[in-house]
Design a protein around this ligand. Structure first.
Ligand SMILES: Cc1cc2nc3c(=O)[nH]c(=O)nc-3n(C[C@H](O)[C@H](O)[C@H](O)COP(=O)(O)OP(=O)(O)OC[C@H]3O[C@@H](n4cnc5c(N)ncnc54)[C@H](O)[C@@H]3O)c2cc1C
Length: 155
């Protein structure tokens, strides 16, 4: 259907970002790999997975799906050992720091922008001798065995 023919509400538009991890598996409903599918096919698979079959005809006529391949988006989660990534502000340096998602911050969790901000705070605090705590909303769970056990059951 041409874009101009699509029924649209005049004022209310919503945008939803989605991220697919298993892009080389066939869908349960659309028998194609996600990497080979159009936006409409991905939307169809999603609607069926959610059990919203009753709106399967309606939703695609009011929804645009744009796909993009992001091969490095989950590279932050690659398995690693501590020595693989530099410390944010490695001792004994007093003049430089490493910033970003690929530095190592103890007991912190990569991906969200918070990690990059914490890294910058960590570097500034250490290099300028600022005695302040970095408050984290999420912490690593290497010592929380119950959380690890729960997540393995979900997986
Ligand atoms: C699909 C997706 C969804 C996300 N959603 C969220 C979210 O909802 N909430 C959230 O908190 N985080 C989210 N993130 C993560 C968030 O985007 C990152 O944590 C954040 O952007 C990291 O910030 P940064 O400044 O460390 O690095 P970046 O934002 O990657 O900035 C690095 C910059 O350096 C530039 N650069 C690289 N190499 C060079 C070079 N050699 N010379 C000069 N410049 C260079 C790059 O072009 C880039 O502009 C999402 C990420 C993705 C991929």
């Amino acid at each position: 259907m041409a874009d101009a023919e699509r029924p649209r509400s005049s004022s209310r538009r919503e945008a939803i970002p989605g991220y697919g991890l298993l892009i080389e598996d066939d869908g349960d409903y659309v028998k194609k790999k996600m990497s080979q599918s159009t936006g409409e096919e991905i939307l169809t698979e999603l609607i069926c997975q959610l059990g919203f079959d009753d709106i399967l005809c309606e939703v695609p006529t009011t929804t645009d799906v744009t796909t993009v391949m992001m091969p490095y988006a989950s590279s932050l989660f690659s398995r690693r050992i501590p020595a693989d990534r530099p410390q944010g502000a490695p001792r004994p340096s007093r003049e430089f720091a490493f910033l970003g998602q690929f530095t190592d911050l103890p007991e912190d969790v990569v991906f969200a922008v918070e990690y990059s901000v914490h890294g910058a705070m960590y570097a500034v605090y250490r290099l300028f001798g600022v005695d302040r705590e970095i408050r984290r909303s999420t912490t690593g769970s290497s010592t929380q065995r119950s959380a690890l056990l729960r997540s393995s059951k979900v997986a």
